[in-house]
Each structure stands twice: as structure tokens, then as C-alpha cells.
Write a protein that binds this ligand. Sequence first.
Ligand SMILES: *[C@@H]1O[C@H](CO)[C@@H](O)[C@H](O)[C@H]1NC(C)=O
Length: 523
Amino acid sequence: MRTFKTFAIGAALAAVASASDVESLTKDTFPDFVKENDLVLAEFFAPWCGHCKALAPEYEEAATTLKEKNIRLAKVDCTEEADLCQSFGVEGYPTLKVFRGADNITPYSGARKAPGIISYMTKQSLPAVSILTVDTVEDFKTQDKVVLVAYFAADDKSSNATYTEVAEKLRDSYLFGASNDADLAKAEGVEFPSLVLYKTFDEPTTIFKEAFGAEAIEKFAKTASIPLIGEVGPETYAGYMATGLPLAYIFAETPEDRASFSEKLKSVAEKHRGVVSFATIDAKAFGAHASNLNLKADKFPAFAIQDTVNNKKFPFDQETEITTESIGKFLDEFVAGKVEPSIKSEPIPEKQEGPVQIVVAKNYDDIVLDDAKDVLIEFYAPWCGHCKSLAPKYDILAGLYVDAGLTDKVTIAKVDATLNDVPDEISGFPTIKLYKAGDKKNPVLYSGNRGIEDLIKFVQENGKHQAEVTYEEPAAEAEKPVVESVAEQAEAATEAAESAAEEATEAAKSKASEAATEDHDEL
Ligand SMILES: *[C@@H]1O[C@H](CO)[C@@H](O)[C@H](O)[C@H]1NC(C)=O
């Protein structure tokens, strides 16, 4: 009996495997396949690649659904078909490309889960704006989680142009339809010209209430399409940032906890809908993100609001219980502008030991914005190698102003920008700026060689006091300006995320590092 069962299951699996809707292609079959099928998604993979293995079942599922819509999914094993893969510029695995015939090839930029693939490819198969009638509109509404339908008169060229412009820009993200049927508009409870967003979650329709402008429509699409309380993760993070609205995070460790907090905070989220977005976040996989919001990253549940435009952080006191009332009050105060942003800072040094002034967030204004002095400040990170090699020269530089008795005119300072929230936009380490006496609004960015003489000259030329000190630089010492790029920083961040995740489970690890490479540059 047992043998028979095993055999039966094995045979069933074999049958499923051979009935795959993903077409396996070679250099001989590829050209005809993309010629014969109008829309093809092709995956270039290697059998050993972990992300490819994770994608495989999702890809199969999407292939079956999409086949009915005449959208075909194919795959190419690049270990077998190296030339074919090379001819499409494949450099990493998996690489996904959308083919409309042999010549129109675009990179796939959707998610790597079945629903995401289905949704993305469905959008690719339709025109930017689908023309709808009373017979097609109901079916159209069910084509994706979020669809937008505009209703305007056939001769309303201006609404048409505005809407089409937005649809072309956002067509990878949302489905856009339009209808000229006045009765249909009436049945939907709107008049010409108007726009309705239909979704499969929360309340089913949201009506656009502003004047028909491209910017307003784009903002509407981005905000109204977000669930009342969604979930922040690698696939949704960019969407939240794109709304420009503050984002309220609910950190919780289990799906049950996230569901129960969502229920508790629903009324609060409803009250502030369109003003603050709400989302839960998996504290097990992405708990490290809590420290970016100035929360303790080892105490959950936790709650914080992030001003996504100015990157200001408003952590909710982790000793206070998260309830409808406590968060309701916090949100009311936040919206009224009564909550002060939290500023991460090292303690102010009791005594400035060396010639370089140590700046932290708490003494930033006192030192850097001291109107009487020209202040040269270096923003560094402890892990940055170029910062380390600059350090001894920077000390010498600072010493020169001390020895010359110029400390009432020039300050040489540095701040660890990883431990202190600074108002400056830092895109690489080290970043060096001069805040001129009497003009603290327009700091000058230093982009020269990082030699002592060059820095002296910079302070002299750009400072109000034109302070001059002299230093004999050995000829060989001048160094090329090297800023560790954001990419290198992201790499370091990824490494950090990965090493932190090593302690967690395997599953959590792959999730966290995926988040780090795909989204966490800003997270
Ligand atoms: C918008 O304009 C285009 C181009 O003139 C036209 O083909 C299309 O039918 C119009 N859409 C609607 C809904 O009227």
C-alpha cells in the first residue's frame, strides 16, 4: 500500500513537472519563440543560483495563469547557453527581460513573487490606457489589486492628455482605464471628468476629488493605492517613500501580533488617512531598521513615525504600551506639529582633548554654526578607510591653527555621522565642508586633494577670516580625492546586515540580506 502511494505521488509530480508552462529555450528555439508570441518574459538563470531556485515555483505559477492571457514565460539555462545569454548582456542571475518580438526588449522591474509577476506582465500586455465600455469595465476592475478608471467626455482632449501622460509614466505600477460613457460614470456615482480608484482591499473605491492635473492624479494614485495599514518590506518600501507622506511603523515579531496591532490601530489610521501612512513591519526580519528610527532595536513591539521627506524620526516611547489611545494621542500631537523629532547623538565630550573639535548632534549648532568662526568639518564613518588615512593629517592641520593662535577664527572639527543625526545631506565618506563665519546657510563642499596644504588654502580662500597658516608638505604626500561611494557604503551596510543576520535563522537571513541589497540603502 505504502509503496503504491509513494509511486502514485511520484508519478503525479512527474506529470506536473513535465506539464510546466514555462518554456525552456535554447539558441535554436529562442528566436522563433519570441517571434511567435507577442509578449514573452524570459528568465536567464543558472542551476546553482539560490535566487533562481527561490523564483522557480513562483515563476511556474505565474506562467500557468499568464498563459491564459497569451503571455508566455520562458527560461534559458545560461550554463548551457552561454552565447545566447551573453548576446542579451546577462551579467547576473536571475536576469529577467520582457520581449515584444525580437527587437523590443525591456528589463523586468516587477516583484519576484507569482502575484507580482502576473500583475506586472498583465500591465505590459495592455495599452497605457485601456478604453472601457459598460461591457468591459467590470472585468477590468478585477484585473489587478489596484486599477484606476477615468470618466471624461469624448471631446475632452485636455483631460485625456493629462490622464494619458500619468498613465504612461506609471504604467508599470498601476492599471489605467478610461471611458466616455456618461451613464457608466453616473452609475459609479461620478460626473465628467472624474477618476475612480478600485481596489481589492480596504474600501473598494476611492474617488479623486481634486482638479484634473497630472501631479494631483499621480499623487492620488500613489496614496489611494496604499492599504490603510499595509506592510513594509523590500517590495513595498519604495512605494511608501514615493508617497511623500510620513510613515508610521508598527514593529511586531509575529504575524499574529501584527494583525492584532493593525486591528487596534485601524481607527487611528483611518482618522489620519492621506496625512500619515501606516504599516506593520516584521521585527524579526527587519528589526535592525528600528535603530534607523532611533528606537532600541531589541525591544518589540515598537512604534515610530518617519518624516520621509526630511528624514526626521519620531520614535514612540518604548516603555509605554501601544494602545489605540496612546497612539491616537501621539498621532494627534504629531499632526499638530507638537512632537519634537528625536535626534541621535553621542554625549557631548566633557573636554575637547585634541586640536580637532569633536562634534556630536547635541553640540553641532554651538560649534558648527558659531557665527564668529570659519568651521571646517569632516563627516566620517568609523569603518571608512579613507577617513582613517586622513585622520593624522587632519590632526596636523588642526594643530597648525592652534599653534598660530587662530582658534578664535578657525575651528577644525569632525563628526561621526553614523552615531549622530546631522542636518547635512551626506552622500559619501569622508565629506568635508566649510561653514563660513557670518554665512552659515551656504556651506562650501571641499572636493580637492586631501593634502594639508590644499585644505589650508581652501579654508583661507573660502573663509571669512582668510586665516593663513603654513605647512611644508613633503612632495609625495598629496593624495587623490577619493570618496567612498554610496555603492561602497551600501556594500558595507549589506555586510553589516548579513553578519547581523547570521545569528538569525537561515530563512530570516536570506530575507534580511535581500532587503539590504534591494531596499535597505535608505532603510
Ligand atoms: C484619448 O485620446 C486618444 C487619442 O486621440 C483616443 O484614441 C482615445 O480614445 C481617447 N480616450 C478616451 C477615453 O476618450
